[in-house]
Design a binder for this molecule. Sequence first.
Ligand SMILES: NC(=O)c1ccc[n+]([C@@H]2O[C@H](COP(=O)([O-])OP(=O)(O)OC[C@H]3O[C@@H](n4cnc5c(N)ncnc54)[C@H](OP(=O)(O)O)[C@@H]3O)[C@@H](O)[C@H]2O)c1
Length: 273
Amino acid sequence: MKLSEKTALITGATSGIGEEFAKRFAELRYNLIITGRRENKINSVAEEIRKYFNVNVEVVIAELSDEKDLEKLIRVIENKKIDMLVNNAGFGLNSFYEEEDINKFLDMETVHVKVPMKITYVVLKDMIKRNNGTIINVSSDGAFLLAPKNAVYASTKAFLKTFTEALNIEIKSKGKNIKLQALCPGLTKTDFHEKMGMDKSRQVNKGMIKWNTPKFIVNSSLEALKKDKVVCIPGAKTKFLIGVLNLLPRKSYYRFMINFCKKNFKNKEKARA
Ligand SMILES: NC(=O)c1ccc[n+]([C@@H]2O[C@H](COP(=O)([O-])OP(=O)(O)OC[C@H]3O[C@@H](n4cnc5c(N)ncnc54)[C@H](OP(=O)(O)O)[C@@H]3O)[C@@H](O)[C@H]2O)c1
């Protein structure tokens, strides 16, 4: 079989949404450059992809909050033709702002804001020259739904959404054929919540709470790309929640969120006791 000439760069492909994107693009005959920190795990993802899809997979082990590691990644990609970029790496913190080590929030800002900005800057110039390419920035429903213990996360994800939309306008105003998407998933069954200390057994659907799979998120993203949708919110329930809550006057919205979360946190504390 002829080797592919297209390349996809996916940050944070060790598990979850990034891993699913990697497998899907390999299936679509892209060679891959994937990043992660858990070395054994990402190497076994790469091995599995090489075996099943017969594409090249380059793994870059990088702690993206570390400038040196980011520079290492930039050196790998700067002279390559990247056709598809997925800025996906990200993490959550389950803490009130003033109670957490500020450096963890600053790392979050780096990984969710500065890193996608820098990688996009490197990749976009060549895409513009070739008048071809796609960039998916993995934002979150948190860009629309503000909740306690989420101030920095929601702000960084709102940045990503706005950045993507604004950049899309800029690029289209030049008449360039480059696709941009801000992907805004709701709750998704990945390693994300477990890393924040949430037991997987608590990932259950209840009322308006619906947990999606990475496969569903990636399917929705690829479908939205076909329709040139710039903001993709996978799932009817997530779309509905965002739509309805953001119709409320801001004061009512704040009251709803504060009460909803007070009740939720209280129940969780009771369950832990
Ligand atoms: N799961 C959800 O409910 C949900 C909802 C909305 C948006 N999202 C967003 O979706 C994206 C993917 O998350 P996921 O749910 O698939 O979680 P995941 O399974 O934990 O995957 C996150 C990926 O990002 C990498 N990563 C995290 N922090 C990093 C850092 N400081 N430096 C380098 N790499 C880092 C991880 O690398 P290692 O694992 O190798 O450390 C992993 O490959 C994130 O941007 C997240 O904010 C998730």
